[in-house]
Design a protein around this ligand. Sequence first.
Ligand SMILES: [Zn+2]
Length: 293
Amino acid sequence: MSDNSITVGDVEISHLYDLVADFPFPRTLDQAFPAVPAEAWEPYRRAYPSLFGPGNVPRFHVGCYLIRSRGRTILADTGVGPASLGMAKLFGTGGHLPDRLRSAGVSAEDIDTVMFTHLHPDHVGWNLQQDGGRYRATFPRARYVAHRADWDTVRRAEVQQKLAAIAPGYVGQTLTPLESLGVLDLADGDRVLSQEVTALHTPGHTPGSMSLLVASRGERAILVGDAIGHPAQVEHPDWGVIDDMDGPHAEKTRRQLLDRIEAEGLVLSASHFPEPFFGRVVRLQGRRSWQAL
Ligand SMILES: [Zn+2]
């Protein structure tokens, strides 16, 4: 696992790995992408070998981002979290975000904003620490910003029941205390985070999914969270993943995002993309693909 940074005008965006692991539970490629025949993956096995484990098992890469400029330090997502959390237990290992932050020269106190691309368990794991049974914010000076539609969704009992299969108890352990600690900000639409960073509402994967548009000195990049979950979806936006909470809406959003990314020449990164994480959407012989910078 090695990280990578890019500059977008005056802004530095650093990818921070939390985890790379093969899915340990029943989650083969055909279960994750039920509409995609096995042979259709072959070109992507060659193009992105690090995204495939043994046999038919996807290899899961979980990335967070640090966005720094003009004295602001924004963390986008907080990974699967420590080994004690349900999802990390399934993988048999905790995430590495705290070490990665240290390597980037950033302390927990330096983070002024934690922005969630969405509230699935692999994006919120390091939100909180437990001291003697009491929760405290891992990033004590930060506002934690989520879209209200996701906050309302993950608090529904039937949604928690469904997610309990991969992350038992995660809402109570990583999300609910944010409210009582007074660190939570809920966005109702797009949200301007700084002069150079705007979170755009890009729903479908979850109702409150957000993409972060970074713009500075004529350069632009977009971090789409799980709105685009796999580089193969750049060519095939119709390849829905089982975790899309609203499949047709997720596909529509993917198509809109890809049209904009291609037309405007934006740098694209997504939470589960492999090294080197940042690329552009190019068209070769009429087919779109994600090409690393
Ligand atoms: Zn995810």
